[in-house]
Design a binder for this molecule. Structure first.
Ligand SMILES: [Mn+2]
Length: 546
């Protein structure tokens, strides 16, 4: 009976949500409440975002108009959405967290409401009815003050502001977002923008990678390098759509950078540039400012605290999800809004699965458990992995693999130096692991390591867990992960004592002139530190809700 009443109450509520604002306004009177659009005061400052916009403005051609749109809202099922996550590019440049926002940057300035401005933020209009249902909006009147942009206008003025600029300026955009929800505000903004700003369609996968590389060719040296690479990739034309195949043919036939640039001007001149703006942002985001470091360090500190609580809690009989609950409880207690990525808590055979994230298994005595987790704090994500024995003590084979991975990780961290390549960081780890696994009889030559370490050892870290970066020589102020691992699945040619041993150890490391700085040292890492912490009482066995 109770269930029946609940259903009848819930269904009309859901219907009202999807009906027009006119209907909801008739059924209830709304008045504007001056509540803040965001409650967290500890967040990147308007000055930080202004500095990022100034850097982009300085890097764009003078006659540019750059346009950055927000990321799409996404449906989870039926009419329920995933929690909204702003486009990192737009967040980085403005701090704005609401959907349906558009940033316009104009190096030479634009006339809006009698002011000459270099930046215009188009934001959703305030509306008491929708705000009462979906939360407060900052609105055009408050946006300039709160976000520190030169001018903010309501979304109804997009055409009025942008149309004159598109007549006289060269548009620069990021690749248009996909998976845009039909009927959303972003969908109509994109319809408007796509009509006026044709962007060259980039093929998916390998072909798209090659296509982008062709568009970046500037001189004969880069032309020849890419020409050789295309030959080695082979069969490229067969894998791409018609437009990209034409482009590849023209590239190969051009024979020189000058001829290729000429072809581009003749055939691609009508398309807006969708590469330069992304390249500028990638270059900027690779190096963190001091202010960004404060937020990233907070995310990492919260994550290290979660690892400590998880280690205290782990014991045989608990489920992986109970440890996940402890971890994410600590995240939220620390003020993290979200996880930077789905938490991985993989025990036993799941310790060898790299992106295991269902976390449903019951942990058993004798298992290892890999916890690859990261809190997100004001958009910045940590990424720290620890591996622990479920019963609190590493078995001898587990300890041997663990110590090998730890030694490899420390060698790789030492290689995190300005100017070094990420390949060199990975190679430092591989060299140690190849030696140790040979000694343990798991491999007979260094080439055999790939079977047990199938992934790369580093990526950039920041607003994205796999953050934007050039993957060139390491720069001071970049943060990368260092995360070697060894994963041994049952197999006839592997001694049974190694089966289901999966170990990954991951730290977040800042590149400095004085050498690597490990930011995630708050998470216990040595065998002794881990075993000691596991003797302490944990949250997962505390009584809940009784
Ligand atoms: Mn990682």
């Amino acid at each position: 009976m109770i269930r029946h009443i609940r259903r009848t109450l819930i269904v009309p509520l859901a219907l009202v949500v999807v009906t027009t604002p006119a209907f909801t306004q008739e059924s209830r009177t709304y008045s504007a409440v001056e509540a803040p659009a965001r409650y967290d005061e500890d967040r990147p400052s308007p000055d930080f975002h202004r500095g990022r916009r100034e850097a982009v403005l300085a890097a764009l051609p003078r006659d540019a108009v750059a346009i950055v749109v927000s990321s799409p809202t996404r449906l989870r099922s039926n009419d329920v959405h995933y929690q909204y996550r702003q486009s990192n590019s737009l967040y980085y440049l403005t701090g704005m967290t609401e959907p349906a926002t558009v940033l316009i940057l104009v190096p030479l300035g634009a006339e809006v409401d009698g002011n000459n401005v270099n930046e215009i933020l188009v934001v959703p209009e305030r509306n008491p009815a929708t705000e009462a249902w979906n939360g407060r909006r900052v609105g055009a009147e408050r946006a300039a003050g709160e976000l520190g942009v030169e001018i903010a206008v309501g979304s109804g003025r997009l055409d009025e502001v942008l149309a004159p600029l598109l007549e006289t300026r060269r548009p620069f955009v990021l690749p248009w977002p996909d998976g845009v929800e039909q009927g959303s505000a972003l969908a109509s903004q994109l319809t408007y923008l796509k009509e006026r700003i044709p962007v060259l369609e980039v093929a998916p996968g390998r072909a798209g990678f090659a296509q982008r590389a062709m568009l970046r060719v500037t001189d004969d040296a880069s032309y020849d390098r890419l020409r050789g690479m295309l030959d080695r990739m082979g069969g490229l034309e067969a894998t791409v759509g018609t437009a990209a195949a034409d482009m590849t043919r023209a590239f190969v036939e051009a024979g020189s950078a000058a001829a290729w640039l000429q072809w581009q001007e003749e055939h691609l001149g009508e398309f807006a540039d969708s590469m330069l703006l992304e390249a500028i942002l990638t270059d900027l985001r690779e190096v963190k400012t001091d202010e960004e470091m404060r937020f990233l360090q907070e995310a990492i500190d919260i994550t290290a605290a979660a690892h400590r609580e998880a280690l205290r809690s782990i014991e045989p009989g608990l489920h992986e999800y109970e440890i996940e609950a402890v971890i994410e409880y600590v995240f939220h207690r620390g003020g993290s809004e979200y996880t930077g990525f789905p938490s991985i808590v993989g025990s036993g055979e799941n310790s060898t699965i790299l992106h295991y994230e269902s976390n449903r298994r019951r942990m058993e005595d004798g298992d290892l458990v890999v916890m690859d987790i990261g809190a997100e704090y004001r958009g910045y994500s940590a990424d720290v992995t620890r591996t622990a024995p479920v019963n609190g003590e590493f078995s001898e084979p587990q300890r041997q693999i663990y110590e090998a991975v730890l030694e490899a990780q420390e060698a790789a961290i030492a290689a995190v130096q300005p100017g070094a390549s990420l390949q060199a960081v990975g190679a430092a780890a591989s060299a140690v692991l190849a030696e140790r696994l040979t000694e343990l009889g798991l491999i007979s030559d260094p080439g055999g390591l790939r079977r047990f370490l199938p992934h790369g050892v580093s990526h950039y870290l920041g607003l994205d867990v796999h953050d934007a970066g050039t993957y060139g020589p390491l720069r001071v102020g970049s943060v990368i992960t260092v995360e070697p691992g060894i994963y041994i699945s049952p197999a006839d040619d592997v001694d049974e004592r190694w089966w289901n041993i999966g170990v990954r150890i991951e730290d977040d490391v800042l590149v400095t002139d004085d050498g690597p700085v490990v930011l995630s040292g708050g998470a216990p890492k040595s065998v002794e530190e881990i075993e000691t912490m596991m003797t302490e009482p944990g949250l997962a066995t505390a009584k809940v809700g009784e």
